[in-house]
Design a protein around this ligand. Sequence first.
Ligand SMILES: C[S@@+](CC[C@H](N)C(=O)[O-])C[C@H]1O[C@@H](n2cnc3c(N)ncnc32)[C@H](O)[C@@H]1O
Length: 300
Amino acid sequence: MNLDALRKERAASKEWKNIAPMVEKVAALPSIEAKLVEGDAVTLVSDATLDEATVAQIRQSAWALRPWRKGPFDLFGLYIDAEWRSNLKYDLIKNHVDLRDKVVADIGCNNGYYMFRMLSQSPRKLVGFDPSAHTKVQFDFINHFVRSNIVYELLGVEHFEHYEHKFDVAFCLGVIYHRSDPIAMLKSIRNGLNAGGTLILDTFFIDSDADIALTPKMRYAKIPNIYFVPTPSALINWCERAGFVDIEEIGRTTTTLEEQRKTDWIIGESLETFLDPLDKTKTVEGYPAPQRIYIKARRA
Ligand SMILES: C[S@@+](CC[C@H](N)C(=O)[O-])C[C@H]1O[C@@H](n2cnc3c(N)ncnc32)[C@H](O)[C@@H]1O
């Protein structure tokens, strides 16, 4: 597979009508000496006092990059209250794998929220995979100030196994239910890991002991591209078929309004209108309401 040809093709997305004005905003950002500090938000501080015009420019640029799905971010006091409090997911996974000196991938990395949080664990290399031109601009916006050496690839999980090098750890969070062939996706991740490498994955699941997966008719919680929502045992079967071993459940959550909700930083609806107003245990389509399962697995 010629990844460079694909990279070149996908880089052209920065010229798109909706993306080009965002790219211009990022290119015009001022240079600021900034420091990343630990917190629920990806937080940037500066020893310099920013003048009013600079603060306004950063705010207007961030606003032009809406919707912000993953976050939060705090840029010199500007709080980007994203739709998701991604810190809750990060808190659940962060202690399950040591990233120090590891070559790490975040597949479906969105705007890079988790990767910015992972920097504090000193990985050797961090690569984000996400084909979304919009979330790449958000990443570039934050990284303009962070100045990290994180690599953001406009590539998908399907390219992971063809990457120029292998990885010690792969995170694949909230992606598998968007794939029409989840076992092929898991095989691609397995093949892209070093022997003994670790996968951390989460997905929607349905609560049953049966080895089955829900196949939503058209939408699940109003999300159009959800193909399979497995039971925990079906998920484990998929991982085994893809060649993973030592598959361990590390958590389960029900998505609440504390974690996902409408804020000023998104456009359109959020969880409030995705659930049945009379029965919050169901989606508006009548399926079980979103619950997530987190697993850790190893490439033999
Ligand atoms: C539901 S979001 C999950 C974001 C984040 N990983 C999280 O768990 O909070 C799904 C992400 O997968 C990305 N995505 C879409 N197609 C993909 C693909 N083929 N490979 C990898 N990521 C993809 C989307 O752009 C989006 O950022």
